[in-house]
Design a protein around this ligand. Structure first.
Ligand code: HEM
Length: 483
């Protein structure tokens, strides 16, 4: 081939490539104006989809790598196939906010089968419509009441003091176990007015068996994880039914003492004993899991960040001294009044991602900000990627409570408690309990933490249950103990 023919051929190839790409771009532009597009992505293997890759990343110390890899190729919203369903994954703050704020006619909750079998069919987390709104509203009103906040403060102080009194300087204290024990007792008291004792111990034991199966394989045969968890649930339901029946016979509806009594006094007739017991068991989950994990992670991050620990300790010691001088006990408003302590809790919620995200199913074809979600597909709003997004936070993997001095928590990039109609009704309580725990811990002890790491799947927790060596404070300075 001579030079001239070669040049002609090269020009022809170049021209056809340009024409081809122009056509492609025109088609793409046209289609994006006319029909919303199914997000890019792959559905993985038949049946398994991309679940194995999702789970193997979830067990690592950077679970968001599953999302990161796909975000790079397909963008912040992409399609996948996880937990047996074709799924649109959103790691985009605005798209996730729109999904959370959509009404119950567009999206309904959708969770893996083991979880739905264990939660009970009337669980507020799984139902939609009138009953969900009714139960949510009653829990929300109760959680906001100053009566409950005062009671929680009093119970928390009592259980925290009892627990901390028994801590020894000769053995490590396992913060995660201590926090679970305290928060479970506080929440069960608020739910059914049960005090520590035999029934409480029984509930605690059954509950641990129950919660272990929440993300298990959906195989319900004698001996399987799910089977054992369902058996534990049955035992809890029996105990709760007995407590509810006792309450019914002596109910004073003008002064309900706990959530169960509020539900029993509800005039709507929708709240049968089964609905009440399903929801009481589900409400124990934050008591055994989310709230104590929040407390534990706060201690973990503070142990790794001495300047934040020092500032938080000084703030709490100052409050303690003021109240001692006034000879007044601390009330719930005092605990929530400390700005830096609240910033530490906010930053712990951002980095800890105790709930990694929420899952919904589309009940009809939906378009959200140009992304098409077909009817019957799941959507997974993955909070973790948003909370660790460099577009939203500077040095997102760094624990930096000071960042919250300049920004508030209402933006779409901060959703540890979800949003919309299902926004967590217990968010104030979670903050209050964490503030009380932190106050008593830092004002009574100095500590040195042993090496430990965070496990993120199936639930967030510390691998070694967060062992720390404590020393009781004999003065009010902030130096560290030597071990
Ligand atoms: C650190 C602690 C907590 C975290 C991170 C947390 C997180 C969440 C999230 C993300 C949701 C939204 C679920 C969805 O949209 O499907 C939620 C819902 C819920 N939370 Fe919490 N929560 C915490 C503590 C609590 C506490 C203490 C209570 C109890 C009083 C509670 C009761 C509920 C209930 C009843 C719902 C269901 C609301 C509904 O679907 O209508 N949570 N929580």
């Amino acid at each position: 081939m001579d030079n001239c023919t070669g040049n002609l051929l090269a020009t022809a190839i170049l021209l056809s490539a340009i024409i081809f790409y122009r056509k492609l771009i025109c088609c793409k532009l046209l289609s994006s104006y006319t029909t919303p597009r199914l997000p890019l992505g792959t559905l993985g293997w038949p049946f398994l989809g991309e679940t194995l890759d999702f789970i193997s990343c979830a067990y690592s110390d950077r679970p968001e790598t599953f999302m990161d890899k796909r975000r790079l190729i397909y963008g912040k919203v992409f399609k996948s196939h996880i937990f047996g369903n074709p799924t649109i994954v959103s790691t985009d703050a605005d798209v996730s906010r729109s999904i959370l704020q959509s009404d119950a006619k567009t999206f309904v909750p959708s969770y893996p089968r083991s979880l739905t079998e264990l939660m009970g069919k009337s669980s507020v987390l799984l139902i939609s419509g009138n009953l969900q709104r009714r139960i949510h509203g009653l829990i929300g009103a109760f959680c906001k009441s100053s009566h409950l906040k005062a009671q929680i403060t009093c119970d928390m102080q009592k259980y925290v003091q009892e627990s901390m009194k028994s801590w020894s300087e000769d053995h490590p204290v396992y913060i995660q176990d201590q926090a679970k024990n305290i928060a479970f007792q506080v929440l069960v008291k608020a739910l059914i007015s049960l005090d520590p004792g035999q029934d409480m111990e029984f509930l605690k034991k059954q509950f641990q068996e129950f919660i272990a199966g929440l993300m298990s394989l959906p195989i319900n045969v004698p001996g399987s994880r799910l089977y054992r968890s369902l058996q534990a649930r049955k035992k809890m339901v029996n105990l709760i039914h007995r407590i509810i029946q006792d309450k019914r016979s002596s109910l004073d509806s003008s002064f309900p003492k706990d959530i169960a009594e509020i539900w029993l006094s509800d005039a709507s007739q929708q709240l049968t004993d089964d609905v009440i017991s399903d929801n009481i068991i589900d409400l124990m989950i934050p008591g055994e899991d989310s709230v104590p994990v929040l407390m534990t992670l706060a201690i973990k991050y503070l142990s790794d960040c001495p300047t934040a620990l020092q500032q938080l300790t000084e703030e709490n010691l100052r409050l303690k001294r003021i109240k001692e001088n006034l000879e007044e006990p601390l009330c719930w408003r005092d605990y929530l009044s400390l700005p830096f302590t609240q910033n530490v809790i906010t930053e712990t919620l951002r980095m800890g991602n105790i709930i990694i995200g929420v899952m919904r199913k589309a009940t009809k074809d939906v378009e959200i900000k140009g992304h098409f979600i077909p009817k019957g597909w799941c959507v997974f709003t993955y909070f973790r990627s948003i909370h660790l997004d460099e577009d939203a936070y500077d040095s997102p993997c760094q624990f930096n409570p000071w960042r919250w001095q300049e920004r508030d928590t209402s933006g779409s990039s901060f959703t540890p408690f979800g949003g919309g109609q299902r926004l967590c009704p217990g968010l104030d309580l979670a903050r209050l309990e964490a503030s009380i725990f932190l106050h008593h811990f830092v004002t009574q002890f100095r500590w040195a933490a042993e090496e430990d790491c965070i496990i993120n799947f199936p639930t967030v927790r510390m691998k070694k249950r967060m062992p720390v060596w404590v020393k009781r404070r004999r003065d009010n300075s902030c130096s560290k103990p030597k071990h």
